[in-house]
Design a protein around this ligand. Structure first.
Ligand code: FE2
Length: 374
C-alpha cells in the first residue's frame, strides 16, 4: 500500500480546481417513492421539485438535502425515455456525480482537451434568481460527471425547480458531507480509469490496495483511490480479482449490467447516534459477528467510544498514522445488490478502513450466499 504524506499532498499543484460534490443524481423507477424513502429512512429534507406542474413534461425530479449532501431523484414518464431505459437496464442507480466548479465552460473544454468524452455541451439556464451553467463528461459505465457553475445563482437548487417542503416532519440523522464515492469497473479496467482521473481531472493517486490487502478465504478485489487537487473529492475505483468464489464486484457488475457507483460514503460527527437513528428508521446494515470486538482495543489502541456502544450498533474501527475512523456499511438500498451506503466518522484518519476489509467482505459474502450469488 502506498500513501502520499500530508506534506506531499499539499505541494501537489491543482490543475483542475473543484469546489466539492454539487449533487448526486439517481435515475429511479419511481422518484416520488424514492424521495419518501430518503426522507423517512435517511433523514433527508425535501427542498425542490421539478415535474409536469412546473413545466417539465417528460421528467420528474426531487431534490433532497442533509448537511452539505444533495441528492436528486429523477424519473420519467414515457417507456422509451432514456431515463427509463437506464432504469430498465441498471435498476435504480447513480447516473450523475456532479462536481461544483467556478467555470463550467472552461472545465468542459479542459476535460475534453485532455481526453474526456463529452456527455453534453455547456448550456446556461436562468430564472429570476440568476443563472446556472452546466456541462458534462462521461466516466465509467453509463455514469457521467456534470460540472455545475452556480456562482451567479441565488435560488433553490437551479432554474426549472420550485422549492418544495417535506409533507412529513423530517428528523436529520447527522449526515454532513460526501466523504467518498466508489466506482466498480470491469476486470482489467481499474488502471484505465485511474489514469483518466489523473490525466483529465488532475487527480492524484492516494492509495493502492492489491488483492492481498482485500481478500478473504473466497473472494478478492483490487482498489485504487484518487483524490482531487484540494482533496475534497475522493474516488476509489474497484475491480474484481481472482478468488475461489465470485467477488462482490463481479456480483455488482452482473446485476448493474455495467460499471457504476458501488457505494457513497457519508460522514457524521457522531456515528453511534447516527447509526442508532438510521436503524430505528429501518435502514439495514451488514452484520459483523461479535468476536470482531474481542481484540478491538489491541488492534486500534485507545478510542473515545465505549466498546459496548460500538458493539450494540455493530460499528467498526480502524487506525492509521494520522488517527482512527469508525465505519459501517448498509445493505443495498434497492432490490438489486448494487448501490449501498457507508456511514463514516473520521477522527484524524484519512484512510479507508483497511483493517476492516476482511470483516466487511466476509459480511458481504454471507449476504451473497443468501442471494445464491457467491
Ligand atoms: Fe468506502
Amino acid at each position: 500500500m502506498d500513501t502520499l504524506t500530508s506534506k506531499e499532498k499539499k505541494t501537489v499543484r491543482d490543475t483542475f480546481p473543484i469546489n466539492g460534490t454539487d449533487f448526486i443524481e439517481f435515475y429511479v423507477g419511481n422518484a416520488k417513492q424514492s424521495a419518501l424513502f430518503y426522507q423517512a429512512a435517511f433523514g433527508f429534507k425535501l427542498v425542490a421539485y421539478k415535474g409536469p406542474e412546473t413545466g417539465s413534461k417528460e421528467t420528474v425530479s426531487y431534490v433532497l438535502e442533509q448537511g452539505k449532501i444533495r441528492l436528486v431523484l429523477t424519473s420519467a414518464y414515457e417507456p422509451d425515455h432514456e431515463i427509463l431505459k437506464h432504469v430498465q437496464l441498471h435498476g435504480d442507480g447513480v447516473k450523475v456525480l456532479a462536481l461544483w466548479v467556478e467555470d463550467a465552460r472552461e472545465a468542459h473544454e479542459k476535460a475534453v482537451e485532455r481526453g474526456a468524452k463529452s456527455a453534453f455541451e455547456p448550456y446556461t439556464m436562468s430564472d429570476d434568481n440568476g443563472e446556472v451553467v452546466l456541462s458534462g463528461i462521461h466516466t465509467y459505465g453509463e455514469t457521467i460527471h456534470t460540472f455545475v457553475e452556480r456562482k451567479n445563482y441565488s435560488g433553490t437548487f437551479m432554474p426549472g425547480f420550485q422549492p418544495k417542503e417535506s409533507l412529513r416532519k423530517v428528523e436529520p440523522v447527522g449526515l454532513k458531507y460526501v466523504d467518498h464515492c466508489v466506482g466498480n469497473v470491469e476486470l482489467g479496467d481499474m488502471n484505465r480509469w485511474i489514469k483518466f482521473y489523473q490525466e483529465v481531472l488532475g487527480f492524484k493517486l492516494l492509495i493502492t490496495f492489491d488483492d492481498k490487502d482485500i481478500s478473504t478465504k473466497y473472494t478478492a478485489l483490487m482498489s485504487k483511490v484518487v483524490s482531487s487537487g484540494n482533496g475534497y473529492i475522493k474516488f476509489p475505483i474497484n475491480e474484481p480479482a481472482k478468488g475461489l468464489k465470485k467477488s462482490q464486484i463481479e456480483e455488482y457488475l452482473d446485476f448493474y449490467k455495467s460499471a457504476g457507483v458501488q457505494h457513497i460514503a457519508v460522514s457524521t460527527d457522531d456515528i453511534i447516534k447516527t447509526v442508532g437513528q438510521l436503524r430505528k428508521n429501518g435502514v439495514e446494515f451488514l452484520y459483523v459477528p461479535d468476536n470482531y470486538y474481542e481484540d478491538l482495543l489491541d488492534r486500534v489502541g485507545d478510542i473515545d467510544e465505549s466498546i459496548e456502544d460500538l458493539k450494540s450498533q455493530n460499528i467498526l474501527v480502524d487506525r492509521d498514522d494520522e488517527g482512527y475512523l469508525l465505519q459501517i456499511f448498509t445493505k443495498p438500498v434497492q432490490d438489486r445488490p448494487t448501490l449501498f451506503y457507508e456511514i463514516i466518522q473520521r477522527k484524524g484518519a484519512q484512510s479507508f478502513g483497511k483493517g476492516n476489509f476482511k470483516a466487511l467482505f466476509e459480511a458481504i459474502e454471507r449476504e451473497q450466499e443468501l442471494r445464491g450469488t457467491l
